[in-house]
Design a protein around this ligand. Structure first.
Ligand code: SF4
Ligand code: SF4
Ligand code: SF4
Length: 266
């Protein structure tokens, strides 16, 4: 019998997706390309309308899902993020830069004076646009889903996109990483007098770096359950310099209100 399957004909149109990069190194967008076989599966379920890394066409007017990489560092990117939020039913922030201000956030202290040193007083807007202190996407608009780490884990992204497409009851974990580390039966760096930020960093990567023999540098950002005071006391007990702990923490948490210092205002 000629004809098409009714189920196929009634299948809703796939969600239209745009992928946009702000202040970033594009490393998280590159990670998406590493999804390889899974990417083909995912691409089969979406209508990829625009991918900044790979598109030369302008961004379309209409779409359903906006995937945003990078920190907001200019008024132009603030406006772009607001426009994306207005149009998209779902906003996904990917990578440390988009979720915590990440690497651009490291320059937050005195940020507005830095480009002046390079371009001079009058040259900044022309060279960089109207700059604002680096901030995560969630500081500008509501974000529905965050994929953390620097760079993101490819499968985390696939997982998040599947959740966006089909729904998910997975809640982001608020605990710190040490529980995962204990389950992995890895020796704690503190026992060797070495700093590891896993004790205050949001769990979810499975303590990836510690498993590879490297201390965590906190790229998932501060855990909401982190007890900074207790962590500083632990540093003292294990002979790890507290100043080093505070300095290391600034790398991915400049814009976190839990950290008192090192943040610049607009
Ligand atoms: S989170 Fe890291 S890899 Fe991703 S865009 Fe920012 S700096 Fe690059
Ligand atoms: S501080 Fe680091 S090495 Fe120690 S248990 Fe926590 S995550 Fe593991
Ligand atoms: S172990 Fe720490 S630095 Fe490494 S991926 Fe996980 S959160 Fe990031």
């Amino acid at each position: 019998m000629e004809g098409r399957c009714i189920a196929c004909e009634e299948r809703p149109a796939p969600p239209r997706v745009v992928v946009v990069g702000l202040a970033s190194c594009f490393g998280c967008q590159l990670q998406v390309t590493n999804a390889e076989a899974h990417l083909v599966d995912v691409l089969g379920q979406i209508d990829l309308r625009y991918w900044q890394l790979a598109s030369s066409d302008p961004m379309p007017e209409d779409f359903d899902v906006a995937v945003i990489e990078g920190a907001v560092t200019t008024e132009e990117s603030e406006n772009l993020v607001r426009a994306l939020r207005e149009k998209a039913s779902t906003v996904v922030a990917i990578g440390a830069c988009a979720t915590t201000a990440g690497i651009p956030g490291m320059a937050a202290a005195g940020f507005l004076s830095r480009p002046v040193e390079v371009y001079g007083e009058g040259g900044v807007p022309a060279a960089c646009g109207e700059m604002v202190s680096p901030r995560p996407v969630s500081a500008v608009v509501d974000v529905d889903c965050e994929v953390r780490c620097c760079p993101i884990d490819t499968m985390d992204f696939v997982d998040a996109l599947q959740g966006v497409l089909h729904g998910s009851n997975k809640a982001p974990r608020s605990s710190t990483m040490c529980g995962d580390c204990k389950r992995n039966e890895t020796e704690c760096f503190f026992a060797q007098g070495r700093l590891c930020l896993g004790l205050v960093t949001q769990a979810g990567c499975g303590a990836r770096c510690v498993n590879l023999g490297r201390p965590c540098n906190g790229c998932r950002g501060l855990s909401p359950d982190a007890n900074l005071e207790s962590a500083r006391q632990a540093c003292g007990r294990y002979g790890v310099p507290v100043e080093g702990f505070d300095r290391a923490l600034e790398m991915f948490n400049q814009t976190n209100p839990a950290l008192e210092d090192g943040r610049a205002s607009r």
